[in-house]
Design a protein around this ligand. Structure first.
Ligand code: TXA
Ligand code: MG
Length: 414
């Protein structure tokens, strides 16, 4: 084929690509199990459709500026070339994201990390321990940003850049093909629950982005843990609990003989500057909220002096204030199947919609279903969602972090 013909063909592909980016969103199927990695980086893709999907998406990321959605092990991300400020600006536009909320940059190798940090950067020993144990995986770490390579739009003008290496084979293969770090927030309109399946992304962003890589549900279902080991040499601050638990980080540091402490923001320390600048999700802006109100049921605590309520009290008060009066109220129950609230009292004016979070003793499964539950009940057009608090240990900490931010009312139960 002559160079001229090739150029014309490429132009036609780009024109089609551009037309698509403004009109319809195309789902590209990927089979994660068909992707194999050797020595960390070299990859082989056995399934032809998966390879084609990844190449279309990667070509788009390299040649165009509109973002595309892709799966990670945590939630679906909305990715663009992190080193191209015009491409990153399109992420903010598609999500309606406030410009002062920085993005996480996704890499597939440590060599890519070196493109993001200053040339003289020395890896802190604590980061070496954490990276060896948890990368690739759902842990985002703050690094000093290289202002020459990382556009300030990515970091919202902060001196640090949050970086993670996803373990999802589709995400890693996509970054490898594009050969550039990808800035990627969760692939949802700002303020909504994060998407854990391609159809969540499609319902939210159809027509705003050209492609969604679809490899089925995300295994973890809540976002990565965001950790800062730079600000204070004696501790690692957890800015957002997530897919790597605080207990896992503590036992990793213990095994490595480190005396560095782990502190969880708001649980173990307060940072007024951080409260003002929204450097971690849900602090300044509405977050994880479905379009319907969420009532959070809390177990009675010896410390609180709030009025205790029963299921019947809540229902009566709802029906009393139900205005404009509807003949029936549809209430979604986002609960474990063995929750004490899973068998609500019968009432002729209430239609119950059950979404099971699994069993109370399997908190990983509960966490993986939380966002899907909020989005599924929202799609079923319930008027209200009831959910309950769980113990804030292991993945329960991240679960409760998201659920309390999604909740519109808290009810202390008898
Ligand atoms: O699992 C995840 O982390 C997903 C997937 C797609 O990787 N991404 C994700 O991104 O949750 P996003 O944008 O929805 O949440 C990342 C949060 C931001 O809200 C931001 O506040 C915090 O990480 N963050 C990013 N850069 C930061 C920085 N330089 N300093 C402090 N916090 C930062
Ligand atoms: Mg998000």
């Amino acid at each position: 084929m002559s160079i001229a013909t090739l150029t014309v063909k490429l132009q036609i592909v780009r024109l089609l690509d551009r037309r698509m980016s403004s009109a319809v969103t195309c789902l590209l199927k990927c089979r994660a199990e068909s992707i194999k990695f050797f020595n960390g980086r070299r990859q082989e893709i056995e399934d032809a459709e998966t390879e084609k999907s990844l190449r279309i998406a990667a070509n788009h990321l390299v040649n165009e500026t509109s973002p595309i959605a892709f799966p990670t092990e945590t939630v679906y991300g909305l990715g663009a070339n992190a080193l191209n400020e015009h491409a990153v600006a399109q992420i903010f536009k598609a999500k309606g994201r406030p410009a002062d909320n920085p993005l996480i940059v996704h890499i597939s190798s440590l060599e890519m990390l070196s493109r993001l940090v200053p040339e003289n950067f020395q890896m802190p020993p604590i980061y070496t321990i954490l990276i060896n144990k948890f990368w690739p995986g759902p842990l985002s770490l703050l690094f000093p940003s290289n202002p020459v390579t990382v556009p300030s739009i990515v970091t919202a003008n902060h001196s640090t850049v949050a970086v993670r290496m996803p373990s999802s084979p589709v995400a890693r293969a996509l970054i490898n093909f594009a050969d550039t770090p990808l800035a990627a927030p969760s692939a949802n309109s700002s303020g909504s629950p994060s998407p854990t399946r391609a159809d969540h992304v499609y319902r939210d962003l159809n027509g705003k982005i050209p492609y969604i890589l679809d490899s089925g549900p995300c295994s973890i279902g809540l976002e990565s843990t965001v950790a800062d080991g730079l600000s204070d040499p004696s501790c690692v601050n957890i800015l957002r609990p997530g897919g790597i638990t605080v207990e896992d980080i503590e036992s990793c540091l213990h095994e490595a003989g480190s005396t560095i402490k782990i502190r969880v923001h708001r649980r173990d320390y307060q940072d007024e500057n951080m409260e003002q600048a929204p450097t971690t999700p849900g602090m300044k802006y509405r977050h994880y909220s479905p379009r319907v109100p969420v009532f959070l049921f809390m177990a009675p605590s010896t410390l609180q002096s709030k009025k205790l309520e029963s299921y019947e009290d809540i229902i009566e008060s709802l029906l009393h204030t139900n205005s404009p009066r509807k003949s029936n109220l549809a209430i979604g129950l986002l609960l474990a199947e063995d929750s004490k609230y899973a068998n609500p009292p019968h009432h002729p004016s209430i239609i119950w919609h059950h979404y099971s979070l699994g069993k109370l003793d399997d908190v990983d499964v509960m966490a993986s279903r939380l966002f899907d539950g909020l989005l599924t009940l929202e799609e079923r057009q319930v008027d209200l969602i009831f959910a309950e608090s769980i113990e804030e240990t292991k993945m329960g900490l991240a679960f409760m972090n998201r659920l309390t931010k999604a909740a519109t009312e808290i009810h202390w139960m008898r």
